[in-house]
Design a protein around this ligand. Structure first.
Ligand code: SF4
Length: 710
């Protein structure tokens, strides 16, 4: 798309001709036209490579699109209203140097423009242009005092339960596959999956037991589908983004185990006294549960004879690779130690081992061989009943849902698909398949507990320590805005901020005000080595010793390898410890057993069962200890007030510019939104300062009329 001719000259019919009568010198649209618009015009050489030089179609002027985008975030209007503003708002037209009669454009063009910026890594273009202008105006410097804090940002999707996330991922994958299949035959189990996940929803009144079982069933169904897609003869429709997302969700939410599944602790509680097996669930194509088969009638499984299964915790690929060929059916029906108190056939309860959905175990009591992992060699599949049944796909209509020959689910072959325990779930797992990059995070306690699915935003702002004159607008400006996954720590966010500011040519702040989440011994030492000040409270010492003395009560001199306890006794021994994996160094101080035995403070220091006190601290403990003492002083508390102002800035970004909620989906687009948000906030502050400098009393702006009107 080629670019149109571009001129910054005002013409006879320019809206600028109306400026004297419509806009006061302190009017923000007039100031925008005078100060901000030239900055945007200067970005045109950067915007030009985002467009095709000559393809016969003339693009919308990119400077106009950039200006509309900034004004959008300044005035808080959506795309459609922004286009309306161009039609009806004289201030917008004047600010963007529009001529009378200039045509508008469709609101979706703004979306295409943002796509173009993101695609060419120019998401921060407007923010950088404004920052350069502020620097030239002498309002910020390349290396300035800053304060830094983070805030949460909700993604454009809601939080889903695990079951909803798996079901929705499966539904999207099925719909994607359906489009790709065309006239190709579907697998025999297709209709069953389609009915369960595309045409049906989980009953909202379902109890926890049913939901837990549905989750396990969904895992088995996903496995069945992925196993079928992994076969080489399935060449079409298996590499779409929704199928890839389904693979990821499956790996995040389920374990594939060899042998008996271990019921989750919660599920044990939920097993009803009658032990109603999972097969009783209406609408699922299940046959008799594997657990119902009398174990004594089956040949014993090697696993059951050898005690706990060493492969039980293997990930999917390893577990399957480790399987030594056909496994007797009893390997899946052997009750575990906890099943003794359950009625016969009731062990399935909620989850443990799912019954086969579509095919019974082969005659003779033996299990079919383990299903290959998705994408595994077909030789194994061809040798197994699984492959035989799946290699003859009939027309979908010929197969009743959930019946007939079909690939055996893992449960029928000795492997079970089991939902992972909550503690095993990764922080970066998919929460909602409609926006996989939006992750979960929670903070606070009790009434202040907050959780969200989305992102985390780091905001860095300059700190002017001078007192403002009455009515003077802020002299502080946003120096960086970083958007990153919600589950990442503030320390990780600070590192990203540092990298981003370095890429923008900004130096590390000589003084940085932060809260306790950004302070660690390592950070304090690093800042001191670089000659910078990191001002923030040190995190409190660990308090997991039942109220006994923490490291704070000890005077530790790591460099001299000595420490004195609250009773005033010197440590008798010091050992240097180094972690093999991380290389982290710590020191363990010990006190003499006889001294501790005779100490009157013993009850406050060590447990009755312990002989003497030990204390482990990091190698930079002195820096932490010094900061903890310093932060109790008045001058330090006074300095920390400079950090607190970042809360007001975040409130301004949230309430004035919509920072709390993402307008778009995905991390990259959310980053782009936040750059525009920060640019708009800086523009607003800059224009306010200009207006205040021109008219400190604010007379013209209060009257709403041009101060120099004819
Ligand atoms: S118990 Fe031992 S380490 Fe603790 S205060 Fe007494 S002498 Fe010191």
């Amino acid at each position: 798309m080629s670019l149109p001719e571009f001129s910054t000259q005002g013409e006879l019919f320019s809206t600028a001709g109306l400026s004297a009568s419509l806009f006061a010198p302190t009017d923000r649209y007039r100031l925008f036209a005078k100060v901000i618009y030239p900055r945007l015009v200067a970005t045109r050489p950067v915007l030009e490579p985002c467009y095709c030089a000559d393809n016969g179609r003339v693009a919308l002027e990119p400077v106009l699109m950039l200006g509309v985008s900034v004004l959008q975030f300044l005035d808080g209007v959506p795309d459609r209203l922004a286009v309306e503003m161009l039609r009806y708002h004289a201030g917008w037209n004047f600010a963007l140097n529009r001529q009378l009669g200039d045509s508008g454009f469709h609101p979706t063009s703004l979306g295409h423009f943002r796509d173009r910026l993101e695609e060419h890594q120019q998401s921060a273009l407007a923010f950088k242009a404004i920052l350069d202008g502020l620097e030239e105006a002498g309002l910020v410097s390349r290396q300035s005092r800053q304060r830094l804090d983070s805030t949460q940002m909700f993604g454009r999707v809601g939080k889903m339960s695990r079951l909803d996330c798996v079901r929705e991922s499966l539904r999207l994958a099925l719909k994607e596959l359906e489009e790709g299949f065309g006239a190709q035959p579907r697998p025999p189990f297709w209709i069953g999956l389609w009915e369960r996940y595309v045409e049906s929803q989980v009953d909202y009144r379902a109890g926890a037991e049913t939901l837990a079982r549905k989750l396990a069933e969904a895992g088995t169904d996903v496995w069945q589908l992925l196993e079928w897609l992994g076969r080489p003869e399935q060449s079409r429709g298996k590499a779409g983004p929704q199928v890839e997302l389904l693979r990821r969700v499956f790996a995040e939410q389920f374990d594939v185990r060899v042998g008996q599944a271990t019921p989750l602790s919660k599920e044990r509680v939920l097993v009803p006294p009658g032990g109603e097996p999972a097969a009783a669930e209406a609408g699922t194509a299940t046959t008799s549960p594997v657990q119902a088969e009398p174990p004594a009638a089956q040949p014993p499984s090697p696993d059951s004879m050898n005690g706990p299964n060493p492969q039980a915790e293997l990930p999917m690929a390893e577990a399957i690779d480790a399987a030594p060929g056909p496994v007797p059916a009893s390997c899946a029906s052997e009750p575990d130690a906890s099943a003794g108190s359950q009625p016969p056939g009731g062990a399935a309860g909620v989850q443990p081992v799912l019954p086969p959905r579509v095919s019974d175990p082969p005659p003779g009591g033996g299990c079919p061989s383990l299903p290959p992992t998705p994408g595994a060699a077909v030789a194994q599949a061809a040798a197994s009943p699984v492959a035989e049944s799946a290699s003859e796909p009939g027309p979908p209509a010929a197969q009743p849902p959930g019946a007939g020959a079909a690939p055996s689910p893992p449960a029928a072959s000795g492997a079970v698909v089991q939902p992972k325990d909550k503690k095993q779930l990764a922080s970066d797992r998919v929460q909602n398949p409609h926006e996989p990059e939006a992750t979960y995070a929670a903070k606070g306690q009790g009434d202040h507990w907050k959780e969200h699915v989305g992102y985390k935003v780091q905001v860095a702002e300059t700190v002017c320590e001078a007192t403002l004159a009455p009515g003077e607008p802020t002299r502080n400006f946003i120096m960086g805005i970083v958007t990153h996954p919600a589950y990442e720590s503030d320390e990780a966010g600070e590192a990203k901020m540092e990298a981003e500011q370095a890429a923008m040519g900004l130096g590390k702040p000589p003084v940085q005000y932060v809260d306790g989440a950004y302070i660690s011994a390592q950070k304090l030492v690093q800042a001191a080595e670089e000659g910078r000040e990191l001002i923030g409270p040190a995190p409190p010492p660990a308090t997991n010793n039942d109220g006994r003395f923490t490291s704070d009560a000890f005077r530790v001199e790591v460099e001299q390898r000595r420490a004195s306890c609250p009773a005033g006794h010197q440590s008798s021994q010091c050992s240097r410890l180094e972690e093999e994996t991380t290389g982290r160094i710590s020191f363990r101080f010990e006190w003499d057993t006889a001294t501790c035995a005779a100490c009157p403070l013993r009850a406050q220091c060590i447990k009755a069962t312990h002989k003497h006190r030990t204390l482990v601290v990091g190698e930079h403990h002195t820096a932490l200890q010094t900061r903890r003492q310093e932060q109790r002083t008045g001058p330090f508390k006074q300095r920390m007030k400079h950090r607190n102002a970042i809360e007001g800035t975040q409130s301004e970004l949230v309430r004035g510019h919509g920072l709390r909620h993402a307008r778009y989906r995905g991390l990259a687009k959310t980053k782009l939104q936040n750059y525009f948000t920060a640019a708009a906030c800086n523009v607003k502050r800059w224009l306010r300062r200009l207006a205040w400098e021109m008219d400190p009393a604010g007379v013209g702006s209060r009257r709403g009329l041009p101060a120099t009107a004819n």
